[in-house]
Design a protein around this ligand. Sequence first.
Ligand code: SAM
Ligand code: SF4
Length: 358
Amino acid sequence: MDRKLHDGFGRGINYLRISVTDKCNFRCVYCMPEEGVPARGHDELLTAEEIARFVRIVAREGITRVRLTGGEPLVSHRIVPLIEEIRSIPGIEDISLTTNGALLPRMAADLRAAGLDRVNISLDTLDPVRFSQITRIGRVEQALAGIDAALAHGLDPVKVNTVVVRRMGQDVLELARLSIERPVHVRFIEYMPIGRGEARRAAGGSAPDPHCGAPAAAGPLDPELWGAGDVVPSDELRQTISRRARDAGLGALEPVRGAGPLGAGPARYWAFPGAAGTVGFISAMSNHFCESCNRLRLTADGTIRPCLFSDAEYRVREALRSGDDEAVRAIYREAVARKPRRHDDIDGTRRFMSQIGG
Ligand code: SAM
Ligand code: SF4
């Protein structure tokens, strides 16, 4: 029986993204300040039991798919038991996780055994120096080992997420080529200028410099200097990859007919001839997919966020703590009912991406 709630614009809501922590073992330049996000008291964050309780309640309201994210969900010690608990909730059909991959070699087996279905691994470049500059802490071998561990332990599908920023000058063909030998789905995501406004000012940084489309010279890895011209539209990127592929003697990308990999969502999929995997494009900026948005977010500090880009939030932590399921349900229903029709101006988002759950 389909029990999903519909918002004020007729969209059925069945997908919940949960930020289990806003901490991370990396510090990607576009996601987190170098010093990390301000530490918060334990009592400000939801416990694993509270998260599971929330999922149990909203599963009865038609949520069938859950994605665990962060921050980095694998730095949370409670991630494996949390997955086990969510797996046992009637109505939850699909559990996925977004990670930077660094801890997957040591955790993939336990995650799979706990009931995790599939995984998205973030990887913005294969260049070791550039990777360390972008993540400030990470090494590219960690992410690659994470991809191989996910494949080896039967997480399926395995998707690789690449955020593309014009000024970062990424090796996009090399990344796309990962899909030729391995059955992975490499997805290129348009950079979204989130957390550049109020969040950055609150963290003590300066306001964003509006250098829209400035030449790719100084500060290629300084998001303060990125502007609208740094969003590479998916169509342009696909043509660039196809052209470079032809120049390198590979066939051009061809559209994938039929459904893409499980959880295809707003991505459009292409593939190299004879490849084991696919190449996807997510046009978060150039082609809004708000009309078909089916998701809601739960932040680590216990607020429901109906839209990634809108700062409207509905606090549910106290209701969860008081054990009043009816109150939780009422807050959830209100958040669904008030989900905005579309996003417009996103520059003033109060939280960094790592605090929302990307
Ligand atoms: N730590 C995990 C990871 O990196 O996959 C999960 C959390 S991270 C916030 C989730 C995804 O959001 C990553 O793929 C990351 O690259 C992406 N992301 C972060 N900031 C972004 C931004 N401003 N625009 C587009 N994607 C962004
Ligand atoms: Fe951490 Fe993921 Fe944000 Fe990078 S993108 S800082 S890995 S939360």
